[in-house]
Write a protein of this length. Structure first.
Length: 417
């Protein structure tokens, strides 16, 4: 039996703990006062509402397996609708025939976009794309210059990472397109995400392992295999890091300098989420991408998937560029984001709102990310990494986070045999 410390109680850390706690003493340390990471929820009038949007794709086999194991309530499945909001107009983007009315593109661009969609869904193999190819060059070849500039620059360069398409990995971008996010049947746990996460926690603790919240991790000595947390020193045999790499580097002592320099090149995209409660749906679309607005980039109407709250629950989101909002007070963020919202939905009646900020929502997958991304194993035999920072080129989903937790547990188990 080994003593294993896991840094971070997000989905990857919890997934690793469920596997390793059966035969080891596992201690999960979380700095926040909640577990679940980006999949965590807050309580509103007795209802648990997620901080950020989450859903399950039909092909998310690992997520479905975990839900079956830790939440027997099952999933509710719905065919979702997506729209694009631009230039004060809303365009349905789910039905291929609706593409004809998408006047943001020229007629030739609409035809080219339709052909590009066919190529993505039926021909594209993202694994065959060279690692160092940038998204702009790849998109111009297959989608054309107009669509690349008008659509994908806005959606993925500006709104997602706030960097040029010429800096973004084509391979990772192609994986995102291949996921068919715009056309899928989406699922959501009938008892909510919080029940699923609580059941994982209960299972880990039933195996006589622990999950501790409000933990101030001050230093981890990788040579002595000792961690200082809340002014106490704890010895360990193995540790798994799932927290963002910049935060890990602040506390790690004993990393080889070359390896530390490599990890320091990883940059992250922040996120700001406003959860709002309204009396009615904004529209009949679950997912709305907003183009050419200074703040608001995405609207997700959660209640189209899970309508179990007193009001209709919607997220107003910003990723690329949201670092400028991290230090702004809630009222100002709400005012600026809803200014854009009311251009399209002037009659919206917002009964309440709550703002959440995440400095490290996702690594920025630029075209050189593969050169310095962390692997599960490290130069320190007792140190492993997990989480979305190691799952490239997979896109950031619950599925990829859970996969990384399983993979690191598998590696540790195999090293014991």
């Amino acid at each position: 039996m080994k003593k294993i410390i896991i840094l971070g109680a997000g989905l990857s850390g919890l997934a690793a703990a469920t596997e390793l706690s059966v035969e080891n003493e596992v201690l999960v340390l979380e700095k926040n006062n909640y577990i679940g990471g980006l999949a965590a929820s807050f309580n509103y009038k007795g209802y648990e509402i997620p901080f950020y949007y989450h859903h399950v794709f039909n092909h998310d086999s690992v997520t479905r397996s975990f839900l079956k194991r830790f939440d027997d309530s099952g999933l509710t499945w719905k065919k979702i609708k997506m729209a694009i909001l631009v230039n004060n107009r809303s365009y349905n983007f789910t039905n291929p025939l609706a593409l004809l009315s998408f006047n943001y593109l020229t007629f030739k661009e609409k035809i080219r976009y339709g052909l590009f969609g066919f190529y993505v869904f039926y021909v594209l193999n993202p694994d065959k794309i060279p690692q160092n190819l940038d998204a702009e060059k790849w998109l111009k070849k297959y989608a054309g210059k107009g669509i690349t500039k008008k659509l994908f620059h806005e959606l993925y360069a500006k709104n997602k990472f706030n960097i040029s398409l010429s800096e973004i990995s084509a391979k990772q971008f192609a994986h995102r397109l291949k996921a068919k996010e715009a056309l899928g049947v989406f699922g959501y746990p009938r008892d909510g995400l919080d029940k699923f996460i609580d059941n994982m926690k209960n299972y880990i603790e039933k195996n006589k392992s622990k999950i501790l919240i409000n933990q101030n991790i001050q230093e981890i000595d990788l040579i002595k295999k000792q961690i200082k947390v809340n002014n106490k020193k704890i010895k360990y045999d193995l540790t798994i890091n799932t927290i963002p790499i910049p935060e890990f580097l602040k506390i790690a002592k004993g990393l080889p300098k070359v390896y530390e320099l490599k990890l320091s090149k990883i940059k992250y995209c922040p996120a700001v989420s406003i959860v709002i409660g309204t009396d009615k749906f904004l529209s009949n679309h679950y997912w709305l991408n907003v183009l050419k607005e200074p703040k608001l980039q995405m609207i997700m109407q959660h209640s189209w998937l899970y309508d179990n709250y007193p009001e209709k629950i919607t997220w107003l989101l910003r990723y690329g560029g949201s670092e400028e909002d991290l230090g702004i007070n809630d009222d100002k963020i709400f005012k600026e984001y809803t200014h854009s919202l009311k251009k399209y939905y002037p009659r919206v009646n917002i009964k309440w709102y709550k703002v959440f900020r995440e400095k490290y929502a996702e690594p920025i997958y630029d075209k050189n990310y593969y050169l310095f991304k962390p692997d599960y194993k490290t130069p320190i035999p007792s140190l492993y990494h997990a989480g979305i920072q190691v799952s490239y080129p997979l896109i950031r989903t619950m599925n990829s986070a859970l996969i990384s937790g399983l993979e690191v547990a598998k590696l540790i188990k195999s090293s014991d045999s």
